[in-house]
Design a protein around this ligand. Structure first.
Ligand code: NDP
Length: 593
């Protein structure tokens, strides 16, 4: 028997053919353009349903640092600035409180899929013990408020405030920032920490604006309509037919809660998620109290090692994530034999997840439709113990669109393959913009040196050093995944970036530096690093079904530059550490005071 006739090779050939077939079904010409913003007809969808916008006087103020964004990233920069001895800062956020993602996402069942001990920031510093191994959204939001109180951030924050413009005044050496509340803030430094999953998107389904029932996006859940709360039954849905479009990480958490509350539930699926076992449970208090100082940073690092193929000696977290992601199967292997072994490992992991569907979902046809046919790095793997069983309930209906998506929406409901599904409530679990242009996601277009706009200088995509500094935008620092790190545990990335940015500002203050920005040459060198890393996973990535990880496999001319660092987050962190250790800000243009 030759190698190509071995059972493993045949299995792989079949799997590759099936993956390819499923991918091709889903490829679309419009790529990222298939989605639309919460604007125009959908402006109402973007309103804050959680806290009223209180009137206040406009603020005119000069500060050392302005932080745009008061989610994890903004809060962590603030904490590190205080550590650097810098307390003259102001934080702005569109939301009505701290928390970012965890302010907006209050949908029923919302929780973090990464272990709370590695995901909740500053546990040692705040002395907080999470209640559960995987924390629910209300607990995470409360923790954000705790951080705000512990570090005195509330008195330095303006909420329900959106930046309208930010312009560099070279003579004054300051950014001039205006807001939708009439504020005018001048600042030496601006940190754009506007969030990674902050801009909700809607599918551009024909007729979507004509729906006559109630509709909202999951990040603006209307409990006034549904009744109940994040952890309660939604009594008002008892006589309602509810539809949900999308079956990603959000929908996986929402669907079981809808199943427990609504009369009928219709789940409109384009691509099934891979859903592993969760096994949540209360924190073991004795274990938690026994942890030695410094445990959290160590555990965070250990988890990232385990999910980026760096295989730590001890798998401290040892959960579904570390099990599924233990082997890095997306980087190109050195030899064809090694490549076969790697592909087989990926296939087996996904087959385990497909078999799990077949074990749990009793109706065979439904089970088949819920099975994910793509590689494990193509979409974020989900972990949940109630999602798949929900499809065994007689009032929960999977409406699979065979990769095509919903055909249309009309006044009464949703149409798929000629069948109309009348609905009272339509929920969009359609996700967020992740890889679109940063100025679009920031919500303002910074105007840098000599009046150059970010949208002009970045007309072909992002230009940065480490995703943090950019030429012509002095003293502006970005915390976003564009040209920066990315990882399963967003907190790890945000903590490292926040630490880096605060250190940078601290050094500028200590060394009497007036301005700092990247040089165009250093931006190009960094771009080469990003391209080289991307090259290592290009083959895998190209074989994936579309999704936000790969900009919907669209033909976006800016995608070449709007990359993330696709290697291990630990390697990205290594670049930042070496750069700081080297001293002298290599690749940055610095002007003295
Ligand atoms: P996703 O982008 O992951 O999912 C959007 C869903 O909408 C997909 O299932 C997509 O299908 C579907 N969709 C889009 N257009 C159509 C259409 N026209 N017809 C039918 N279906 C359509 O968004 P989520 O909000 O689920 O998750 C986004 C990210 O947020 C996650 O990946 C994760 O990083 C984060 N998150 C994290 C959580 C956590 O626990 N930490 C919990 C929830 C979210 P298709 O796959 O075919 O594109």
């Amino acid at each position: 028997m030759t190698e190509s006739e071995s059972p493993e090779s045949q299995l792989l050939a079949e799997a590759r053919a099936r993956y390819q077939q499923e991918r091709e079904k889903r490829l679309r010409r419009d790529g990222l353009d298939q989605f639309q913003e919460l604007k125009g007809d959908f402006e109402e969808y973007d309103k804050d349903p959680f806290s009223p916008v209180e009137p206040r006087d406009a603020v005119t103020k000069d500060v050392e640092v302005l932080l745009v964004g008061a989610g994890f990233a903004g809060m962590l920069v603030a904490k590190h600035l205080l550590d650097e001895g810098i307390s003259d800062f102001l934080m702005l956020d569109k939301a009505g409180d701290f928390g970012g993602t965890w302010y907006w996402n209050r949908y029923p069942g919302c929780m973090c899929d990464v272990e709370s001990y590695t995901y909740l920031p500053l546990l040692e510093e705040t002395g907080y013990m999470p209640k559960m191994r995987y924390a629910g959204a209300p607990e995470i939001f409360e923790h954000c408020q705790r951080i705000g109180r512990t570090f005195g951030l509330y008195e330095r924050a303006l909420f329900h405030t959106v930046v309208d413009s930010a312009e560099w005044d070279d003579a004054a050496g300051r950014w001039v920032v205006t807001t939708d509340r009439g504020d005018r803030v001048t600042a030496r430094f601006v940190v754009a920490a506007g969030g990674i999953l902050a801009k909700a998107k809607l599918p551009g389904i024909p007729g979507i604006e004509t729906f006559g029932g109630k509709a909202f996006h999951t990040s603006r859940w209307d409990y006034g309509y549904t009744g109940g709360g994040p952890d309660e039954v939604m009594a008002n849905l008892a006589d309602k037919r509810v539809g949900i479009i999308g079956t990603g990480a959000t929908a996986v958490q929402v669907v079981p809660r809808l199943a427990a509350s609504a009369k009928e539930v219709f789940v409109f699926q384009r691509t099934p998620s891979a859903v592993g076992e969760r096994n949540n449970g209360p924190t073991d208090e004795a274990w938690f109290q026994s942890l030695e100082p410094g445990w959290q940073a160590e555990r965070i690092r250990n988890f990232t090692q385990a999910v980026t193929g760096k295989k730590p000696e001890v798998d401290q977290v040892h959960d579904g994530w570390t099990h599924v992601m233990w082997d890095d199967t997306q980087s190109r292997a050195a030899t064809p034999e090694e490549q076969t072994a790697v592909d087989l490992s990926d296939f087996e992991t996904m087959q385990e997840l497909r078999d799990r569907v077949a074990k749990i979902v009793t109706d065979r046809e439904t089970a088949e439709k819920l099975q994910p046919w793509y590689g494990k790095h193509c979409k974020r793997v989900c972990f949940h113990d109630e999602y798949l069983p929900a499809f065994n309930e007689p009032h929960v209906h999977l409406v699979d669109t065979d990769g095509q998506g919903v055909d249309s929406v009309n006044e009464r409901g949703v149409v798929v393959d000629g069948t109309e599904y009348p609905l009272d409530l339509l929920i969009f679990a359609s996700g967020f913009e992740v890889t679109t242009d940063l100025d679009r996601r920031l919500g303002f277009d910074p105007v840098g040196r000599d009046g150059v706009r970010m949208s002009e200088r970045w007309h072909d995509g992002a230009h940065t050093l480490h995703g943090v500094l950019s030429a012509e935008f002095p003293n502006m620092m970005f915390i976003s995944i564009v040209q920066a790190g990315f990882g399963t545990n967003f907190l790890h990335f945000l903590s490292e970036s926040a630490n880096h940015v605060a250190w940078l500002i601290g050094q500028c203050e200590a060394q009497g530096i007036r301005t700092i920005e990247a040089t165009p040459e250093a931006e190009e060198e960094w771009h080469m690093v990003l391209m080289k890393e991307a090259g290592k996973i290009a083959g895998y990535s190209m074989s994936c079904t579309p999704g936000y990880y790969n900009s919907e496999q669209g033909n976006n001319p800016k995608a070449r530059r709007n990359l993330t660092y696709t290697g291990s987050l630990l390697d990205y962190v290594g670049y930042l550490e070496r750069w700081r250790d080297e001293g002298g800000f290599p690749g940055a243009r610095v002007t003295p005071a």
